[in-house]
Design a protein around this ligand. Sequence first.
Ligand SMILES: Nc1ncnc2c1ncn2[C@@H]1O[C@H](COP(=O)(O)OP(=O)(O)O)[C@@H](O)[C@H]1O
Ligand SMILES: N[C@@H](CCOP(=O)(O)O)C(=O)O
Length: 318
Amino acid sequence: MIRSEGVRIKVPASTANLGPGFDTLGMALSLFAWIEMKPAERTVFHLYGEELRGIPKDKSNLVYKLAQQVFAEAGVAVPELEISMASDIPLTRGLGSSASAIVGALYAANELIGAPLSMEKLFDMATAVEKHPDNVGASLFGGIVSAVWDGERAVHLRIEPPAELQVLVAIPSFWLPTEQARKILPDSLSMKDVVFNVSRASLLTGALASGRLDLIAAAMQDRIHQPYRAPLIPGMEQILAEACSHGALGAALSGAGPTLLALVERNSDRRSELEAFIQRTLGEHGIEAKLLWLEPCSEGASRVGAHEAAPFAAGNLV
Ligand SMILES: Nc1ncnc2c1ncn2[C@@H]1O[C@H](COP(=O)(O)OP(=O)(O)O)[C@@H](O)[C@H]1O
Ligand SMILES: N[C@@H](CCOP(=O)(O)O)C(=O)O
């Protein structure tokens, strides 16, 4: 069954590598991307918002190619598509814009043909493209997702984010493509560092699942990627080391960076102190950054109605 009227999908941003959870632990965040997909006579793209300037508008577009993968998997032909996209998720900043596009494409294409593929199948397909399950898992399922990937199948556990948790992100004005930030990582690690991360990742997952916010500070540290990526983000080391003494429950590099993330208790009265500390520290290193308070997002990719039309405003076409 092909929905000739098309479908509109909303997908949350994500923070990957949550603390010690490199390539495994992600959380969906309340920043969104939208994709609308309709069968058409010839393929055409409408991209809205400066963030999407430069994204290809032909059949080389990632979203078009992934939609065709879904149709092939389901044995359905929809060769020509009208695709509209808008996004509030900044690109190449460590907030999962590529995962939102991948998940949005697969989810929209599947909905367009009556959802023959399971969510697990979409997760496998998304992870095969992104190569790690933490961003795509959070964008697809929402909440906090702990996931493993064996190269073919992705298996996940979804955790409902504790209601008291809020997130402060500092989004630097410069880009850091994930590909570049992965090249800097070592090929092997010492046993000591492996134990350091495994123990903290286990503790953090358990702490989040059971709402033990008091354990986050002890759990939210990493020796797999943050020390190697620190030189790419001036000020990061100091912010991660001192955020807890300025009111954060814990702090981490978001995804591959450059965005920095702090977990904060909702009713904390130290929010302005934390904001000022982060802004000042980045400023001392010559880094301009936009600070945003976000919510963990419980809902993953979903179909929305015409009332969500706002991002597709004619004046925003790029
Ligand atoms: N809506 C989109 N359509 C097609 N490609 C996209 C879209 N959004 C993001 N991308 C691709 O994802 C890349 C950014 O991915 P990445 O470097 O992993 O950073 P992040 O995912 O943290 O934003 C962009 O340069 C672009 O190629
Ligand atoms: N586990 C990945 C996460 C990349 O996240 P992104 O949001 O920066 O794309 C990695 O660290 O490479």
